[in-house]
Design a protein around this ligand. Sequence first.
Ligand SMILES: Nc1ncnc2c1ncn2[C@@H]1O[C@H](COP(=O)(O)OP(=O)(O)OP(=O)(O)O)[C@@H](O)[C@H]1O
Length: 525
Amino acid sequence: MSRRRIFSLVDRARAGVERVVDRARVDVDVRTATARMRMRSTRARGGGSSSAIGRRKSATPSAVRVTVIEDDARGGGGDAERSLTPVATMALLDRHIVGQGEAKRACAVALRNRWRRHRIESPMREEIAPKNILMIGPTGCGKTEIARRLAKITDSPFVKVEATKFTEVGFHGRDVDQIIRDLVDNGIALTKQKMRAKFEKYVEELIENKILDFICGEGANDETREAFRSLYRDGTLDDRMIEVDLPDNAGQGMKIDPSGGPIPIHELVIKVDKLFGNRKSTTKRKMTVAECKPLIEEMEFDNLLSAETIAKEAITSVENDGIVFIDEIDKIVSSSDYRHGADASSEGVQRDLLPIIEGSVVSTKHGNVNTDHILFVCSGAFHSAKPSDMLAELQGRLPIRVELKGLSEHDLYRILTEPEMNMIAQQKALMKTEGIDLVFTNEAIEHIAKLAHKVNKTVENIGARRLHTVLERIVEELSFSAPEKYTKFIADGGAGELVVTIDVKDVDEALGSMLKKDDLSRFVL
Ligand SMILES: Nc1ncnc2c1ncn2[C@@H]1O[C@H](COP(=O)(O)OP(=O)(O)OP(=O)(O)O)[C@@H](O)[C@H]1O
């Protein structure tokens, strides 16, 4: 088969993949692709057409089996989301967030409603607006954390903004559109990750077969090829030098030894214009198989997933699954007690935000985004202004109101110990890397919670954030001297891990002087 014909097949296959992605999600059956690839490869060898180009054909995207999942199943139709009932979502949120049941419950329901909406036919579907949420609660009590976790659980594009950003000097009304642009950027990063994960196995096999085609040479029998395959897989070939002809922009940011130098005898010289025959402006470089792998990987991913394909998929994901968290919404609301006429700056920002929350089309460099079904979670302490002071239209678009409670001493204790990867576990993991087994007695943890709560009450309430500052103060000394401590422990004949225990006395020693003086704790803790 002629080279031109093969390349036209590649292009057609690629265009086919992109077309289907445009219409719906792509699901690659890697096993089928691989099996076909092997069959073709074997056929090419067995049939006497053992040229590298003949085999190259076998590794093109034409081997990809694309399964179309119809539109009504998009975003929320999959089995994973089907099982994400409000109860299940609550349970997942419970693993990370202590208390705040009402807020977690509201978010879990909003999420399920979105899944339900996805399953309703047009035009009813377009009529159902997401149940946006207004969270009311003091700083540091878990508002952002709930929204962020929600996005993580569902793999949804997420962005957090401070509403006060839009009252800054120099702000121009249209800048609120930047929220949606940032959301699209996040969506693009997520989509890239997801699509790469889908194609990962397929591309891995593609790279393997390409490198084996050249290492084995023409006419190698299956036995030789399989022997090399196992060498390749166990990494034995990783240090083999190959000469590759790569596009000039390949591996930008990757470190490649440009020196060239004499080629050792064991080196394999590969004329890679065979390997990358269809690339435009190219440069010959010498590198090891290990260095070459990520470059081929990048190029194959670029071939399979064009920027346009990713942007389209990302925009769909933003429109259907995006979550925007707007913090400090109360700061752009004037209390009716103090308001004399309209407060131009704050009411102006509410008016600017209204179109994107109500639903409008925002243009981004990747394409237009319809914000009708993006989930907006707004939050604020509402100390002076009340939710009813917001513009009526904005109130209407935030129908679910939940109140989050300030954190008690017991909540702080639970935050230290209960969430997965809690703060105590994080500190222990950090010290483990130095060979230190850091132990906090239960009394010490209770004491930390008590002191953090006290500072919150007497100085300023910053919620669970206080635990970070207090805990850092307690481990500061150990954090500084851990490597030397461990070296001394070993030099003194110790073995295994050095156990360091933090008890109530250590907590008091680290914080005591500060707690006696309000001023000191204000500035240090
Ligand atoms: N209820 C909670 N459970 C577990 N961790 C919490 C809880 N509340 C706060 N935290 C932790 O405290 C930190 C701050 O919380 P978060 O960002 O959610 O505050 P917030 O309520 O959104 O405050 P703000 O309005 O000032 O942004 C995070 O690291 C979060 O993990």
